[in-house]
Design a protein around this ligand. Structure first.
Ligand code: SAH
Length: 225
């Protein structure tokens, strides 16, 4: 098979999936042009890396659709100075985008194997304003709060109070709220001691498993990475 021109595929993704759908923040568009999404998907799926959808990354998890990554990032209105908390590192792709747009990123992933692989990929790309922790992100990281921005990429049944409390004054959080069948992306904007909640668009994320999320399914199946 002829080798794919990932740069042109990525440019087309930005024009057709993002610019055409109201992703307008120039810093977000630049990050989406710069970060090689194909590097974060499994080798055998690389040829699909710039398609308009999510892809499996192992352990029943997915790398989010490019549009959703760009949309959630744009909702955070990052200017470059922020301390960001990401919950659900997954492949590390969204993490890489956040690292380019903020000052420092703390990212929590429940699956140790995914956390390790994402850390290796980010390191290999020379991205070092990030720390990846293994653990239950539904509780946030109270010791490192407050965060100027929080991005959650697994669905919670309701917005955890503990995450609201870890938002800096003037901070913003974007997160999917709902269950396996019905989810909306919501944005919480804090101004002083007022937290404003907006419902944005319907989405379909994997569920957050943890204290303020859902309980794990017990299927008994073995999961391979
Ligand atoms: N933005 C990521 C999406 C990963 S999918 C990407 O584009 O690759 C969501 C991730 O959330 C999965 O990797 C899943 O393991 C993780 N997750 C689920 N519950 C979690 C929890 N309580 N704490 C941290 N991560 C969690």
């Amino acid at each position: 098979m002829a080798s794919l021109d990932f740069n042109s595929l990525r440019e087309r993704m930005v024009q057709e999936q993002l610019e055409a759908r109201n992703i307008f923040d120039p810093r977000v568009l630049t990050a989406m042009r710069d970060i090689p999404r194909h590097y974060f998907v499994p080798d055998e799926l690389r040829h699909l890396a710039y398609r308009d959808g999510p892809l499996p990354i192992g352990l029943e998890q997915t790398i989010s659709q490019p549009f959703i990554v760009a949309y959630m990032t744009q909702c955070l209105q990052l200017s470059g100075h922020e301390m960001v908390l990401e919950i659900g590192t997954g492949s590390g792709y969204q993490t890489a985008i956040l690292c380019q747009l903020a000052n420092h990123v703390v990212s929590i992933e429940r699956h140790g194997a995914l956390a390790e692989r994402a850390a290796e990929k980010l390191d290999a790309l020379g991205i070092n304003n990030v720390e990846i922790h293994e653990g239950d992100g539904s509780q946030g990281v109270p010791d490192m709060a407050p965060f100027d921005a929080i991005l959650v990429s697994a669905a919670v049944p309701a917005i955890p109070n503990t995450l609201m409390a870890q938002l800096a004054e003037n901070g913003r959080m974007v997160l999917p709220v709902g269950d396996s069948y019905n989810q909306y992306l919501e944005r919480v904007s804090r101004t002083g001691n007022i937290w404003q909640i907006e419902q944005l668009i319907p989405v379909m994320f994997v569920l957050m498993i943890g204290r303020y999320g859902f309980t794990p399914r017990t299927t008994g199946s073995t999961q391979r990475l």
